[in-house]
Design a protein around this ligand. Structure first.
Ligand SMILES: [Zn+2]
Length: 147
């Protein structure tokens, strides 16, 4: 199994796909209406990669509950294309880690594995200063939440 497939299998284990019945976004603009139309009642696994690429910078528009439900969809797209825009923006979002405390240890572990793999495969190399700084901050935000 390729490392990409393995990471996606980890995501499926850590975040079993289920329909999200809650509020996707509380805002009312064209973007949020489109996001609501696609994500409302959906599971992360059913969200098309093309939708994620179109909305690569829209994770911050999601409610706290929706963020937790759909972050795996953005991670899955980033794993599929580690040099793409979704992966770059995901790293920025994970650095902020606003909702990291909501994630269990197993979920956080899956997030960290994805971030590490992106840092190793986004074309800049793991020694790149930005990758190093990103990983340091992501570890700080996402590691040991249950400790
Ligand atoms: Zn909006």
């Amino acid at each position: 199994m390729s490392r990409q497939k393995e990471l996606i299998a980890h995501l499926l284990d850590a975040f079993p796909p289920r329909a999200f019945p809650g509020e996707v976004t509380s805002h009312n603009c064209a973007e949020c209406t489109a996001i609501r139309a696609t994500l409302g009642g959906a599971s992360w696994w059913s969200v098309p990669g093309s939708f994620i690429r179109q909305h690569s910078n829209h994770l911050p528009l999601l409610t706290q509950e929706a963020y937790k439900a759909f972050l795996p969809a953005w991670m899955c797209e980033a794993v599929s294309d580690p040099t793409g825009e979704t992966a770059a923006l995901l790293m920025v979002n994970l650095r902020e880690g606003t909702f990291a405390p909501d994630f269990s240890q197993q979920e956080s572990y899956a997030v960290i594995q994805v971030a590490k793999w992106i840092a190793e495969n986004n074309g800049f190399g793991p020694e790149d200063p930005v990758n190093r700084e990103s990983m340091a901050r992501i570890m700080q935000k996402w590691e040991g939440q249950d400790a």
